[in-house]
Design a protein around this ligand. Structure first.
Ligand code: UDX
Length: 425
């Protein structure tokens, strides 16, 4: 098997390293944060990701996985060098490549001849060329191998992907990277670097578009009196549409969709194409935050200041502890701005949320709704479906539910005397 250096131990780097080690490769993960490296070397995982701790511990005990401080320490004796560093959104919407360029510059000299440097992080179209220029090594190939990992299912998405995409102008290097995935049963497509980078952005932007569309359809359903659950079920039978990614929500978020969708619109604009469609997808998403917040404020009436609500869900989706670009936070910002008193509970969130200074985060779902006039659900944690709603009815001041994920059983709740407001139903 191969010797792989993974530069960066965030969601993507840690998952990539742990999975390549699981596949039998010899992996050295590097980070600039010595404390984080020490924690990882002890098998302690700083993020909530199903099975990641088990895979990391398996790699540490098999000797296939180790953690070091500094990229050079990992790259100097490796054949493949996966760049898994942050590519955050810059001021103008384009991705900030400073971390990527810094990592490439750091390892440029120590790379053994014949090495392959691989861009795993989501990088703007054309970045493979930028990394090659920073490296300045004609004896080193640079390859794009974008990740399609979803938080909460990242390891499964890595080991059982729908496809592996490899972008490289050097056929031999592409074949070497493809061989790393020899134990993975999935189509492997090889294309040029720019096409590979575009596949990543286009895939995320398409999925975000699908979500904005289904959220807009939920709004149409409210207007015409249709039930969006039946509408999306009927749509999903069409294989060209598919059943997945058709759940209306308070908007979409996370560390990727917003960043990547804005970045693709910017990339298009920088290259002379005004991607108005994608700008509209982003606008509809902002509108969904507003509409969901307004549903709560409508229940409270003309004078919401000082009134109390309880919120279940803060993370950007269930199965993760990630609050980055969370739709729940966007909605609560708007409700809190109207002076509403909010208590919130999320099973993965302990302690206050910086973006919601006036929201009290509690450690129990029932405490969150004590004395509340409205319960609003903003993240689709399964445990919320199984709460004791007789007890909820006793604890709440009012009987109003705004279900921002269409998660709860509407009929049961109405039978218990609640008023139920979902999305599109
Ligand atoms: C996404 C892409 O799915 C993944 O392929 C890419 O590599 C990284 O970005 P992730 O950000 O982890 O993954 O979350 P995802 O599961 O895609 O959900 C994104 C947002 O859409 C979340 O806020 C989620 O709640 C929302 N969503 C998703 C819906 O509102 N309805 C759905 O049916 C699905």
């Amino acid at each position: 098997m191969a010797k792989i250096a993974v530069i960066g131990t965030g969601y993507v780097g840690l998952t990539t390293g742990a999975c390549f080690a699981h596949l039998g490769h010899e992996v050295i993960c590097a980070d600039i944060d010595a404390d984080k490296v020490a924690m990882l070397q002890r098998g302690e995982i700083p993020i909530v990701e199903r099975d990641l701790d088990r895979f990391v511990k398996e790699g540490l005990s098999s000797g296939n996985l180790s953690f070091v401080v500094g990229a050079i320490e990992a790259s100097k004796a490796s054949e493949f060098h996966y760049l898994c560093v942050p590519t955050p959104q810059g001021e103008d919407g384009a991705a900030d490549l400073s971390y990527l360029e810094r990592a490439a510059a750091e390892i440029a000299e120590c790379l053994p001849t014949g090495s392959v440097v691989v861009n795993k992080s989501t990088v703007p179209v054309g970045s493979t060329g930028i990394v090659a220029r920073v490296l300045g090594r004609s004896d080193v190939a640079v390859v794009s191998n974008p990740e399609f990992l979803r938080e909460g299912t990242a390891l499964d998405d890595f080991l059982n992907p729908d496809r592996v995409v490899i972008g490289c102008s050097n056929q031999e290097a592409a074949i070497r990277v493809a061989a790393l995935y020899s134990k993975v049963r999935a189509p492997i497509m090889v294309t040029d670097p720019i096409s590979a980078e575009t596949i990543k952005y286009a895939s995320n932007a398409f999925l975000a578009s699908k979500l904005s569309f289904v959220n807009a359809i939920a709004n149409v359903c409210e207007a015409v009196g249709a039930d969006v659950n039946d509408v999306v079920l009927g749509m999903g039978y069409d294989k060209r549409i598919g059943k997945e990614f058709l759940h209306p929500g308070p908007g979409w978020g996370g560390s990727c969709f917003p960043k990547d969708t804005i970045a693709l619109a910017k990339i298009a604009e920088d290259h002379g194409y005004e991607f108005t469609f994608l700008n509209e997808v982003l606008r509809v998403n902002e509108e969904q935050f507003e509409r969901t917040a307004q549903k709560v404020l409508d229940v409270l009436g003309h004078d919401p200041a000082g009134r109390r609500i309880g919120c279940w869900g803060l993370t950007f989706k269930a199965g993760t502890d990630d609050l980055r670009q969370s739709p729940a936070i966007e909605v609560l910002k708007r409700v809190s701005a109207a002076g509403v008193q909010i208590k919130a509970y999320d099973p993965a969130v302990k302690g206050p949320v910086a973006e919601l200074p006036d929201v009290e985060v509690v450690s129990d779902a029932y405490e969150a709704i004590e004395g509340a006039e409205v319960l609003v659900v903003l993240t689709e944690w399964d445990e919320f479906r199984w709460m004791d709603f007789d007890r909820v009815a006793e604890l709440m001041e009012g009987r109003n539910i705004v279900d921002g994920r269409n998660l709860l059983e509407r009929t049961q709740l109405i039978r218990r005397g609640f008023t139920y407001r979902g999305l599109g139903r």
